[in-house]
Design a protein around this ligand. Structure first.
Ligand SMILES: COCC(O)(O)CCCCCNCCCN
Ligand SMILES: [Zn+2]
Length: 663
């Protein structure tokens, strides 16, 4: 199933016809540079091109009032002066004789995307539209927006397809207050937005953009605002919010559709956002959403005003939607204090509504930073032209290896559909063979074990050379196999391997303190083995059968650790007898491909070969099936994980969830 791309140059046929410093950033070139970058990079050719259409009045009226629609319908016939006067009644908008037509196309594009995804014609997709949508309200245009494209799409999806749960992720740097107003009392639409706020001195200066606006009436808990109270937020701040706020809640909510208000003014170089997150971060944000809703992700363009940053970020998003491997996250470091305060506040504000946040530390432990004095920043004070030109490195080229998934299986086993069987090369380098015999086979002449281990070596070497992206191996002795891979990979100077052991059993013995291997074990009991710092056991009372517990561990511990460790290879080991469900296993296999440029090697014990095909599906890029709405994790497990997290804070900064954590 493919990735849809919806674009029509007709949406570039309106622009600002007079002087207005507030609106001059919103230019037609935003769309052309984005589309041209997709064409130039070859990504557009790999997408399924879907035509736009005009939204019908009925569809627009899903969100907007008749009065408002009637007003906007008059704009095509207005003079420039009348357009200017008409715009004055709204906040930060402009109109053009063609903007109504384009606004109907923008809505229609979003609905075309939703139709094709929900009818299963494509897996996911992106709509490049203007005018954007997330500020417009029932009766008003606002912030360059005429109709609320994403809000209409959510309502349309519920009405036409009977969806019960829709997630809207708004990573634009402005608060989509228009979306919040539409759904704040609606528990079927979970709206998440982060936005530049600076304690409301940033536009649109709304108190209801703060973290304590959690929704109303039946909708309490279903509106999540993460205010950025400082500029300069980085990739680390963004990933921390995804791991410690959005994703645990999104998995508990279990949406049937994910809509992304994909604004790229949150990226570096943008004059509105003034943030520092680099374009490749959008590959990770997209990837982390792609195992929700069975992969049904619809990204709809909102803002983004630095044409270079915008076009690079759009390409990063589409390339990930297409399933290409993610770039390795560059030099992640600690989230800043202000971001940690925001994370702490929003987790605390939602602690009663989401069981995954139930243990969020209360706010008494620190004073929220004083709201700085200072008047709201108004346009003209330092228009975007005055801002210092920001530069950043071109994102690394992301090339999908010729073979996506290789399988190392016993001769009689059937190779899963789509995988390439790895021939256990009998021409093994005699030195390697000698080493393997010496280290792992105690010299016994077990040629089958030797060929299995040598097959593993071959697999890892082919991944290192980017000949294959990922792989799975069915082995007889999983502990030996793990130790063999760890030893081989860590021989190379700047290689690092993240070992994720799912289920009980002893971790490989050869884990050293040199931070070239990090082992995270998710199981049911503390193993007796003395643990070095790089061997982290996560204990769940009910073991890996506990879906909520495993998901809690994945987002609260495993992914932050994995991102900070930044391995060159992920080794995912399914310990024999682990009661992990195929669904959870597939989620893990899918999510962990966000690390190590997707180089994930899965080890499965011979007796567990029934999970070979679900594993292969995930390694081939199939989205994992939804897990269902999650129950609360066991309080005991939550406490144990919290204690473990606090213990690890000294060495791992991405585990922080409160400003007090650095104490
Ligand atoms: C969905 O629209 C995309 C967007 O969120 O980027 C629009 C931002 C409007 C920003 C308006 N600035 C007013 C500055 C006042 N000093
Ligand atoms: Zn914006």
């Amino acid at each position: 199933m493919g990735t849809a791309l919806i674009y029509d140059e007709e949406m570039t046929s309106y622009k600002l016809l007079w002087d207005d410093p507030e609106c001059e950033v919103e230019v037609p070139e935003r769309l052309t540079v984005s589309y041209e970058a997709l064409v130039r990079s070859g990504l557009a050719d790999h997408c399924v091109s879907i035509p736009v259409r005009e939204a019908t009045e009925e569809e627009i009226l899903l969100i907007h009032s008749e009065e408002y629609l009637e007003k906007v319908k008059k704009t095509p016939h207005m003079s420039v002066q009348e357009l200017k006067d008409f715009a004055l009644q709204f906040n930060a908008v402009y109109f053009h004789p063609n903007s109504y037509h384009c606004a109907k196309l923008a809505v229609g594009a979003a609905l075309q995307l939703v139709d094709h995804v929900l009818m299963g014609k494509v897996r996911n997709g992106m709509a490049l539209v203007r005018p954007p949508g997330h500020h417009s309200m029932r009766d008003a245009a606002c912030g360059f927006c005429t109709f609320n494209n994403v809000a209409i799409a959510a309502q349309y999806a519920k009405q036409k397809y009977g969806l019960k749960r829709v997630l809207i992720v708004d990573w634009d740097i402005h608060h989509g207050q228009g979306v919040q107003y539409c759904f704040e009392d609606d528990p079927s639409v979970l709206y998440f937005s982060w936005h530049r706020y600076e304690h409301s001195i940033f536009w649109p200066h709304l108190p209801e953009s703060d973290y304590d606006a959690v929704g109303k009436d039946k909708g309490v808990g279903f509106n999540i605002n993460v205010p950025w109270n400082k500029v300069g937020m980085t990739n680390s701040d963004f990933l921390s919010v995804f791991c410690h706020v959005l994703l645990p809640v999104a998995y508990e909510f279990c949406p049937e559709l994910v809509l992304v208000s994909a604004g790229y003014d949150s990226g570096i170089g943008d004059p509105e956002g003034e943030m520092c997150a680099t374009p490749d971060i959008f590959a990770h944000l997209t990837h982390l959403l792609m195992n929700l809703a069975g992969g049904k992700v619809c990204a709809v363009l909102e803002g983004g005003y630095n044409l270079t940053s915008l076009s690079q970020s759009v390409c990063q998003t589409v390339q990930t939607l297409l399933g290409d491997p993610n770039p390795r996250p560059e030099n992640l470091r600690s989230p800043c204090q202000s971001a940690l305060e925001s994370i702490h506040c929003v987790r605390w504000a939602h602690r009663r509504y989401w069981s995954c946040l139930g243990h969020a530390a209360d706010l008494s432990s620190f004073q929220i930073s004083t709201k700085p004095s200072g008047s709201p920043k108004e346009a003209g004070e330092s228009t975007w032209k005055d801002k210092v030109a920001v530069v950043w490195p071109e994102p690394v080229k992301r090339v999908a290896p010729p073979v996506r998934t290789a399988a190392l299986l016993s001769d009689e086993a059937v190779c899963p559909e789509g995988c390439k069987r790895l021939a256990t090369s009998d021409k093994l380098d005699p030195r390697v063979a000698g080493k393997l015999r010496e280290n792992f086979l105690e010299g016994e002449g077990d040629s089958e074990a030797l060929s299995a281990l040598s097959g593993l070596i071959t697999l890892t070497e082919k991944m290192e050379k980017d000949e294959i992206l990922n792989g799975l191996a069915v082995v007889r002795d999983i502990t030996m196999a793990t130790a063999c891979v760890v030893q081989h990979v860590t021989m190379a100077p700047n290689n690092r391997v993240l070992v994720v052991c799912v289920g009980d059993g002893e971790a490989p013995s050869n884990i050293t303190e040199d931070r070239k291997a990090l082992v995270v074990r998710i199981g049911s009991r503390e193993t007796k083995q003395s643990k070095c710092k790089n061997d982290i056991p996560v204990c769940l009372k009910k073991g890996c059968a506990d879906v909520s517990g495993v998901i809690q561990a994945v987002f609260g511990l495993l992914l932050p650790l994995g991102y900070e460790f930044d391995p060159s290879l992920v080794l995912l080991v399914r310990m024999p007898g682990s009661e992990v469900s195929d669904g959870v296993w597939q989620q893990l296999t899918g999510l962990l491909q966000c690390l190590a440029q997707g180089h994930v090697l899965v080890l499965i014990q011979e007796c567990e070969k029934s999970c070979v095909s679900p594993t292969a599906c995930s390694l081939l890029g199939e989205p994992a099936p939804p897990l269902g709405q999650l129950q609360a994790p066991l309080p005991q497990d939550v406490e144990d994980m919290e204690r473990l997290r606090r213990k690890l804070l000294a060495d791992w900064t991405l585990l922080q969830t409160t400003a007090a954590d650095t104490g």
